[in-house]
Design a protein around this ligand. Structure first.
Ligand code: SF4
Length: 430
């Protein structure tokens, strides 16, 4: 892991929602020093903003899932008209996503939104951009400048458009897109600098993971603004997850990125869950809630581990908010080594499970009782940690295979039986 790239921080939110700092390590636009903030997770509502009740319910759901910032689309005047009520009824910083109509940006600022997102491909008229910049400056809110691969090609100038489209479909597509993204970003940001406006976040999303990595890497060398990472139109969660995690994980591991949005063509709660898990996995955020380790199962399994793991995952997410490490292992063959460091662990055997809490064996229960007993132990351990009677990760699970008490009828017995049945290999020499 490379150290985080220092950036000029911006602040999103107000005293009611709390302020989310994006970036840090360099002085902010007021000259104040600010250490880098944890990488924040963003998402966007999928419903209509003007449907206030539904929009508020969706924002609350995304916030409860862990979103630090939520963006809403404001394509029409009725959407910006809904913002005052939405802002009054929610408690997370809200970003207005503006496409095509700069008036929507002005209305959103007037409504009290916490940040504006502009796309240079859609709002390029200099006078209009200046008007939005001045409104944001007066309101003290930042602007994200988001260049997207899909909207980067010129729209108004026909000659220029033909030339750019020709290049985009050339064999040098990747290099050309990269160059045009950076060039348009530079031209656009010049307007901001001329207005002495520096509270800017940059994004440069593509559907292509490799182009996304190259674009953000290039931009990180040229600008000191915080970067909002994302892969656009990544697809459904099943495939979009790989695409997003490859691109965002690579950049974050290289120290690039201050806020992220994973985007899926499915329930956006999944975007938040996967974004947070990515940051936890890279050690860029302090984990909230339990961490689950589970074996993939193999021919030694003697319980329905897949169902058990899903039930444990769901139950822990609902009931445990401390970062307790929980291991669910199919047997004691590899289980103890792989579950090392777990606070609470279960090792399954022949339709049973032995449960350990910080190295101490506390129960041997039939399969049907594994889930409730494991949860009870997790909740009891969580309470002990809260009371200061135990510490997370203090004692390791330490049982030594084979099956310590012979209670499980575990994989070791099966392996021993197999070994006894197998014919020794003989090596012939001539
Ligand atoms: S813990 Fe046991 S059941 Fe699970 S994969 Fe390892 S050997 Fe197989």
């Amino acid at each position: 892991m490379n150290p985080r790239r220092p950036t000029r921080p911006v602040y999103v939110g107000d005293s009611r929602t709390g302020i989310v700092q994006i970036g840090g390590g360099l002085p902010d636009s007021a000259g104040r020093a600010a250490a880098p903030a944890p990488v924040s997770v963003q998402t966007m509502t999928a419903g209509y903003t003007h449907d206030v009740d539904a929009c508020v319910a969706e924002i609350d759901r995304l916030h409860a899932a862990g979103a630090d910032i939520v963006r809403v689309a404001v394509p029409e005047k009725k959407d910006t008209a809904a913002l005052p009520e939405i802002l009054a009824r929610t408690s997370v910083p809200i970003v207005a996503d503006v496409h095509f109509h700069f008036q929507r940006a002005l209305e959103a600022v007037e409504a009290g939104v916490h940040k504006i997102r502009l796309n240079p491909g859609n709002i390029s008229d200099r006078a209009q951009v200046v008007e939005v910049i001045r409104a944001c400056k007066a309101a003290g809110i930042p602007i994200r400048v988001g260049v997207n691969e899909g909207s980067i090609v010129e729209r108004r100038d026909k000659q220029k458009r033909l030339k750019e489209l020709g290049a985009v479909f050339s064999e040098h597509k990747h290099g050309y897109l990269l160059a045009i993204m950076v060039t348009k970003l530079e031209e656009y940001l010049d307007i901001f600098y001329e207005e002495d406006f520096r509270d800017v976040v940059i994004s440069a999303k593509s559907m292509d993971a490799a182009l996304t990595i190259d674009a953000y890497t290039e931009i990180s060398r040229r600008f000191d603004h915080p970067l909002h990472l994302g892969v656009t139109h990544a697809g459904p969660r099943e495939t979009g997850c790989i695409r997003s995690v490859v691109a965002l994980g690579t950049l974050l591991a290289n120290g690039i990125g201050d806020t992220i949005r994973i985007s899926y063509a499915s329930d956006h709660v999944g975007e938040v869950e996967d974004g947070l898990e990515l940051l936890y996995t890279l050690g860029l955020r302090e984990r909230k809630g339990a961490e689950l380790i589970a074996c993939p199962t193999c021919g030694r399994i003697q319980v329905d581990l897949f169902t058990l793991v899903q039930d444990v995952r769901r139950t822990l997410a609902e009931r445990v908010d401390l970062p307790i490490k929980v291991a669910v292992m199919g047997c004691v063959v590899n289980g103890p080594g792989e579950a090392e460091g777990a606070d609470v662990a279960v090792f399954a055997g022949d339709r049973r499970g032995i449960i350990y809490v910080q190295g101490e064996r506390v129960a041997n229960v039939p399969e049907a009782d594994i889930l409730p007993r494991l949860l009870d132990e997790c909740l009891a351990f969580q309470e002990r940690v809260r009371r200061g009677e135990a510490r997370l990760g203090e004692k390791k699970v330490s049982i030594v295979p084979p099956d310590p008490l012979g209670e499980l009828g575990s994989g070791w017995e099966k392996m021993a039986a197999e070994r006894a049945r197998s014919t020794p290999i003989t090596i012939r020499t001539t």
